[in-house]
Design a protein around this ligand. Structure first.
Ligand code: NAP
Length: 242
């Protein structure tokens, strides 16, 4: 069984790759820049006894994504799971200061990338194309519901777009053996946050602390398992009540 995790060199994606490997999945991860980190994740997955590969691929570049899926076909075989995890937050700021370049980048990485990755996955998984089904997991954010005022409303909007994709694509391919689900993390302890943000806000969720990448990864591992076989179109909050 083969899973591809985009943005698997660190943070939630890295931990998801390792968790899946420990549960018996062969794993491909993609990354943008941090090759050494990606190779360390691959090594940890191999130590868990699974096949693992890392491929440099910018999810904002269609040709990179097409090549990424081709590399997974060649090196690991038939894809069963896609975790659309790679994402960015733009610098903290107010809408009145946004530039077109900022918006293009956020939407290219957080929306167009996951859509095109989902396209590649559906072409391989759909029983309508001779595939044998699979699961697509979209990593959204609680920001989609909270709006992220004064921080990054554009990021929140990009994740709301992903939630709509989860619902719509799930219904589109439900009869073709594919489940599409999402997770919506709150404040998770990774490098994505601006300096000091976690210190400032980490205690504010009702559970009183930030979450860990492992807590998100465990939820993803359940969602892709047969235990979640009747779950599609829904997005699970993992936010300590935030
Ligand atoms: P992170 O620690 O900053 O890691 C981001 C990962 O994505 C890295 O592996 C990075 O690769 C990769 N990446 C970034 N831009 C990319 C691109 N254009 N193409 C390919 N890969 C790219 O982030 P994280 O906190 O784990 O976040 C993972 C996902 O969870 C994101 O979608 C994020 O929006 C979402 N999320 C996070 C939180 C949180 O509090 N942490 C909360 C809600 C949602 P390199 O290492 O090569 O740069």
């Amino acid at each position: 069984m083969v899973a591809l995790v985009t943005g698997g060199s660190r943070g939630i994606g890295a931990r998801t790759a390792l968790t899946l490997a420990r549960r018996g999945w062969d794993v491909a991860i993609s990354y943008r820049e941090r090759e050494a980190d990606a190779e360390a994740v691959v090594e940890a997955c191999r130590e868990a006894g699974r096949r693992a590969v890392a491929v440099r691929a910018d999810v904002a570049v269609e040709a990179d994504l097409v090549a990424l899926f081709g590399a997974v076909d060649d090196r690991l075989g038939r894809l069963n799971v896609l975790v659309n995890n790679a994402g960015i937050v733009p610098p903290l700021g107010r809408v009145e200061d946004y530039t077109a370049a900022r918006l293009e980048q956020v939407l290219a990485v957080n929306v167009a990338g996951p859509f095109l990755a989902a396209r590649e996955a559906v072409r391989r998984m759909s029983t309508a194309h001779g595939g044998r089904g699979g699961v697509i997991v979209n990593v959204s954010s609680r920001a989609a519901a909270l709006g992220a005022p004064g921080e990054y409303v554009d990021y929140a909007a990009s994740k709301a777009a992903i939630d709509a994709m989860t619902l719509g694509l799930a219904r589109e391919v439900a009869g073709e053996g594919i489940r599409v689900v999402g997770v919506s993390p709150g404040l998770i302890d990774t490098e994505i946050h601006a300096p000091g943000r976690l210190d400032r806000l980490g205690h504010t969720p009702p559970l009183g602390r930030p979450g860990t990448p492992a807590e998100v990864a465990d939820a993803i591992a359940w969602l892709v398992s047969d235990e979640a076989s009747y779950v599609t179109g829904s997005t699970l909050d993992i936010s300590g009540g935030r």
